[in-house]
Write a protein that binds this ligand. Structure first.
Ligand SMILES: Nc1ncnc2c1ncn2[C@@H]1O[C@H](COP(=O)(O)OP(=O)(O)O)[C@@H](O)[C@H]1O
Ligand SMILES: [Mg+2]
Length: 250
């Protein structure tokens, strides 16, 4: 479905050219979740910004179904690192932002949003502003917005990193629950091994900066069935941690 080939991105900074990603190639199938894991500064956010169409200056190719990927032709849901909520809009308005680009919200949008708010524990918070919510609640609003859009491709940038451990696991479960019902092709970037193994069917391990693909791990058996308490989950985390220690050292 999505195929990234020989992607390289460089930033022109005052101190000179900074290579953020080099020779990154990877594929994503319909309904697949891909967790990209790499150390801080290795280009994870850069990769998502390329997929989201925010960064347009790169070399290599990014294709969807054989055509160049552009936000104009593909519905892309993007949850940036800081949730991307507009502070001057209410929770309700924020959640509708994605679907109401260029049109008014329909009755169907509103009904679906009400159901999502119920499932996400946001009912009753519609008229608040993002600054009046906890981090976990803001993250839920960002998820509601993304799921409401029913995107072809969902991009999540360290979505749960800023949350406490319990809230993080709760929201990872919420994501898995929604994803099982509607398996949206998802690229999630993280620096946490457990998060990658819990949410990704495919794990892409990047090197330290500039990010290059060190290894791709098929995580489908673990990502599909196991719970965190499963022995297979713990074993997979240990294995991935070993691969990462090797990959990040070089
Ligand atoms: N707008 C920018 N201008 C110059 N350098 C940047 C810019 N954005 C990111 N970088 C640099 O590119 C590298 C990758 O950044 P980023 O993709 O944010 O990494 P990550 O998300 O993995 O932490 C870092 O070295 C960062 O300092
Ligand atoms: Mg980042």
């Amino acid at each position: 479905m999505i195929s990234i080939s020989a992607l390289a991105v460089a930033y022109e900074a005052q101190a000179g050219r900074c290579l953020a990603l080099e020779n990154v190639s990877l594929g994503l199938e319909v309904g697949e979740t891909c967790a990209v894991i790499g150390p801080s500064g290795c280009g994870k956010s850069t990769l998502l910004k390329v997929l989201a169409g925010i960064i347009k200056k790169y070399s290599g190719t990014v294709m969807i179904d054989g055509r160049p990927l552009t936000p104009r032709e593909t519905k892309i849901g993007f949850i940036p690192q800081n949730y991307g909520l507009l502070p001057w809009k209410t929770v309700y308005q924020n959640a509708l932002l994605g679907v109401t680009v260029g049109r008014a919200a329909t009755g169907a949008d509103k009904a679906r949003l009400a159901a999502l708010f119920d499932q996400l524990g946001l009912a009753g918070l519609e008229d608040r502003y993002p600054g009046e919510l906890s981090g976990g609640q803001q993250q839920r609003v960002a998820l509601a917005r993304a799921f409401l859009l029913r995107p072809t491709l969902l991009l999540m940038d360290e979505p749960f990193s800023a949350l406490d451990a319990i809230t993080r696991e709760e929201l990872q479960d919420v994501f898995r629950h929604f994803w099982r019902r509607e398996p949206i092709a998802t690229v999630l970037v993280t620096h946490q091994v457990e998060e990658a193994v819990y949410l990704g069917r495919k794990l892409v391990i990047l090197s330290a900066a500039p990010g290059r693909v060190r290894q791709v791990v098929d995580n489908s058996p673990v990502g599909a069935v196991s719970a965190r308490s499963d022995g297979s989950f713990a074993r997979q985390c240990a294995l991935v941690r070993e691969i990462i220690q090797e990959a990040w050292r070089k």
